[in-house]
Design a protein around this ligand. Structure first.
Ligand code: EPZ
Length: 420
């Protein structure tokens, strides 16, 4: 178990290059199961989850070659239509192979993802959609046993907006017989990136990025060449770092149009953000203003930026109200931020953050991916040294975080931890 030791309190200045989006790469890698031939995907981040997805595909019989930041994949000899518990428990996004397996091979055995730190995160809507498309779904000893002679088009309404649910069904519908309509679909940029990849494979998809997506099934898809979009959450995280350190950070290789809701809130908090030739430049204020936020599906304020924004607000002038509407347990960073002197309380899905002038470095524990990012933001805005334990959570979504921070002038080092 590694830990990160960060010395905070400096105004950071410099440039950072944004990596490809984990949450776009994972569904696009799963989509390669839909077609024969050699697929080439670039700008794939060098992260543990990518390797887990690669192991999953290899376990099924696919060839998966990855070297930063390119994957070459061939799913010609799939012989094992199973996503085993050992892999799914490591990464719930493994469920994204369910739709492609059913669509191309007519059968799938996928371990039900357990809950995770931030919530129960069921996949009932994924299964509801596949059943509407004619799949037989049974649950047996923690596995989804699914089969379908050939999936057929259907009208599917999502009671709750689900990102991977939309992605799973968009992939399944690409090879179904007839037209599928996804209603109340997720509009995230990662969904659009997957739709663009599927279209490049020959799928017929209209409306990706909107709430209603129409997919006309085809009989066969062709191999893919695709470049993954940059990671909007990493982009936002570095903007929050500029905000809390009063720094001046040029963020290169990002897509500002993917972070509009977050940008509006950062500007209200007092940051100056201007677009540059290949990204943005974020300049933080001496002290941020308090700003209220409420998370929502895209294009609303992203839940994956809530924890980082809370860290920024912990030093704001005034009190901010933060409401988390997507996951039922996404405030685990609050207790850790309080150890650093933040004045935060929460009841149910609403947190009250009373800004303090100073945060103090402390020993803190990462509990999930974005909570760990919020602890990095807070550590950079705190006086003294912060040690972030269980930093493997951070490594799931941020490639080479200490190298990027060092480039910005941060005094940061990684150490092996003797304890868990
Ligand atoms: C995706 O998770 C992302 N992961 C998450 O990012 C992100 O936080 C989340 O979308 C919301 O934006 C990937 O893309 C790999 P959902 P996903 O299905 O698809 C409920 C990160 O930090 N729901 O959109 O699993 C669910 O419980 C990760 O990178 C059902 O009830 O999220 C939640 O309350 C964390 N039934 C809400 O919908 C279902 O069948 C949104 O979940 C599916 C979802």
């Amino acid at each position: 178990m590694d830990k990160l030791i960060i010395k905070g309190g400096k105004r950071l200045k410099g440039e950072v290059e944004i990596t490809g989006a984990k949450n776009a790469a994972l569904p696009v890698i799963a989509a390669t199961l839909l077609a024969q031939g050699k697929h080439t995907i670039s700008r794939i981040p060098d992260l543990r989850d990518i390797k887990t997805m690669g192991r999953l595909l290899e376990n099924m019989g696919a060839e998966f070659h990855y070297e930063p930041h390119k994957a070459v994949i061939a799913a010609d000899r799939i012989k094992n239509l199973e996503a085993p518990y050992e892999l799914v428990k490591e990464m719930r996004a493994s469920v994204l192979v369910l739709g492609p397996m059913l669509a191309r091979f007519g059968r799938a055995k996928v371990s039900l993802p357990g809950g995770c730190a931030i919530g129960a995160r069921p996949i009932n809507l994924h299964l509801m959609g596949l059943e509407k498309m004619g799949a037989k779904i049974e649950l047996e000893s923690g596995y989804v046993m699914a089969s379908a002679k050939r999936l057929k088009g259907a009208v599917i309404y999502f009671d709750t907006v689900t990102v991977t649910g939309t992605e799973n069904l968009m992939m399944a519908a690409s090879l179904a017989k007839g037209v599928t309509v996804l209603e109340n679909a997720a509009r995230e940029p990662e969904v659009v990136d997957l739709a663009n990849a599927l279209t490049a494979m020959g799928a017929k998809i209209n409306g990706a990025g909107e709430s209603i997506i129409k997919i006309e099934g085809v009989d066969e898809l062709r191999p893919l060449t695709h470049k993954i979009i940059p990671d909007r959450i990493e982009t936002g995280t570095f903007m929050a770092i500029a905000g809390i350190t009063g720094g001046d950070i040029t963020i290169r290789g990002c897509m500002p149009e993917h972070v509009q809701a977050f940008l509006i809130k950062l500007k209200a908090a007092g940051l100056k953000v201007e677009e540059t030739a290949d990204g943005v430049r974020a300049v933080g204020p001496a002290r941020p203003n308090a700003v209220d936020i409420e998370t929502a599906p895209y294009p609303g304020f992203p839940t994956d930026m809530q924890a980082q924004f809370m860290a920024l607000m912990s030093k704001a002038q005034g009190t901010s109200i933060i409401t988390e509407t997507i996951f039922e347990n996404r405030f685990m960073h609050v207790a850790e931020l309080r150890r650093m002197g933040a004045d935060i309380s929460f009841k149910g899905s609403t947190a009250t953050v009373r800004g303090v002038r100073k945060l103090k470095g402390a020993n803190v524990m990462a509990t999930d991916l974005r909570a760990s990012a919020s602890l990095v933001v807070a550590a950079l805005g705190a006086e003294g040294e912060t040690t972030i334990h269980r930093v493997y959570h951070m490594d799931r979504g941020y490639e080479k975080i200490e190298e990027k921070l060092t480039m910005l002038g941060v005094d940061v080092r990684r150490e092996k931890s003797m304890t868990r």
